[in-house]
Design a protein around this ligand. Structure first.
Ligand SMILES: [Zn+2]
Length: 90
Protein backbone atom coordinates (compact mmCIF):
# COMPACT_ATOMS: atom_id res chain seq x y z
CA UNK A 1 0.00 0.00 0.00
CA UNK A 2 1.33 3.38 -0.92
CA UNK A 3 2.09 5.60 1.98
CA UNK A 4 1.63 9.30 1.84
CA UNK A 5 1.82 11.94 4.48
CA UNK A 6 -1.47 13.45 3.57
CA UNK A 7 -3.89 13.29 6.42
CA UNK A 8 -7.47 13.57 5.45
CA UNK A 9 -9.57 15.60 7.81
CA UNK A 10 -13.14 14.64 8.26
CA UNK A 11 -15.68 15.80 10.76
CA UNK A 12 -18.01 13.94 13.00
CA UNK A 13 -20.37 14.95 15.76
CA UNK A 14 -20.22 13.62 19.27
CA UNK A 15 -21.78 14.19 22.66
CA UNK A 16 -21.56 12.40 25.98
CA UNK A 17 -25.30 11.71 26.02
CA UNK A 18 -26.06 11.27 22.33
CA UNK A 19 -22.78 9.63 21.39
CA UNK A 20 -21.29 9.90 17.92
CA UNK A 21 -23.33 10.20 14.77
CA UNK A 22 -21.01 7.70 13.09
CA UNK A 23 -20.63 9.74 9.90
CA UNK A 24 -17.44 10.98 8.33
CA UNK A 25 -18.51 14.42 7.14
CA UNK A 26 -16.29 15.92 4.49
CA UNK A 27 -17.15 19.46 5.49
CA UNK A 28 -17.88 21.42 8.62
CA UNK A 29 -21.15 22.40 7.04
CA UNK A 30 -22.18 18.78 6.69
CA UNK A 31 -21.41 18.11 10.34
CA UNK A 32 -23.32 21.19 11.48
CA UNK A 33 -26.33 20.20 9.43
CA UNK A 34 -26.11 16.75 10.99
CA UNK A 35 -26.28 18.31 14.48
CA UNK A 36 -29.25 20.40 13.48
CA UNK A 37 -31.07 17.32 12.23
CA UNK A 38 -30.25 15.54 15.48
CA UNK A 39 -31.47 18.50 17.51
CA UNK A 40 -34.73 18.56 15.63
CA UNK A 41 -35.21 14.86 16.27
CA UNK A 42 -34.41 15.26 19.96
CA UNK A 43 -36.73 18.23 20.36
CA UNK A 44 -39.52 16.17 18.87
CA UNK A 45 -39.09 13.82 21.79
CA UNK A 46 -38.81 16.59 24.37
CA UNK A 47 -35.06 16.29 24.73
CA UNK A 48 -32.03 17.96 23.30
CA UNK A 49 -28.84 16.96 21.56
CA UNK A 50 -25.54 17.56 23.28
CA UNK A 51 -23.54 16.70 20.17
CA UNK A 52 -20.90 19.06 18.92
CA UNK A 53 -18.57 18.93 15.96
CA UNK A 54 -15.23 17.16 16.31
CA UNK A 55 -12.55 16.49 13.74
CA UNK A 56 -11.35 13.08 12.66
CA UNK A 57 -7.79 12.88 11.48
CA UNK A 58 -6.44 9.78 9.81
CA UNK A 59 -7.57 7.42 7.09
CA UNK A 60 -10.34 4.90 7.16
CA UNK A 61 -8.97 1.58 8.33
CA UNK A 62 -6.04 3.16 10.13
CA UNK A 63 -5.73 4.47 13.62
CA UNK A 64 -7.79 7.62 13.71
CA UNK A 65 -7.99 10.37 16.23
CA UNK A 66 -11.05 12.33 17.20
CA UNK A 67 -10.00 15.76 18.31
CA UNK A 68 -11.67 19.01 19.23
CA UNK A 69 -11.91 21.62 16.50
CA UNK A 70 -9.09 24.09 16.08
CA UNK A 71 -9.84 27.73 16.88
CA UNK A 72 -9.99 28.45 13.17
CA UNK A 73 -12.50 25.68 12.59
CA UNK A 74 -14.57 26.84 15.53
CA UNK A 75 -14.75 30.32 14.03
CA UNK A 76 -15.69 28.87 10.66
CA UNK A 77 -18.34 26.70 12.30
CA UNK A 78 -19.84 29.73 14.05
CA UNK A 79 -20.07 31.54 10.73
CA UNK A 80 -21.72 28.58 9.06
CA UNK A 81 -24.23 28.24 11.89
CA UNK A 82 -25.09 31.94 11.65
CA UNK A 83 -25.46 31.74 7.89
CA UNK A 84 -27.82 28.78 8.25
CA UNK A 85 -29.84 30.61 10.90
CA UNK A 86 -30.09 33.66 8.67
CA UNK A 87 -31.21 31.55 5.78
CA UNK A 88 -28.12 32.43 3.75
CA UNK A 89 -27.03 28.83 3.61
CA UNK A 90 -29.01 25.66 3.48
ZN1 LIG B 1 -23.22 13.04 11.20
Amino acid sequence: MATTNTTTIHYTTTGSVRGECGHWHRSLRGAIRCIERDQKGCRGQGGYSDRCVARISGQAGEAIRIEPLTDEERDAADEIRLAIQNGEMR
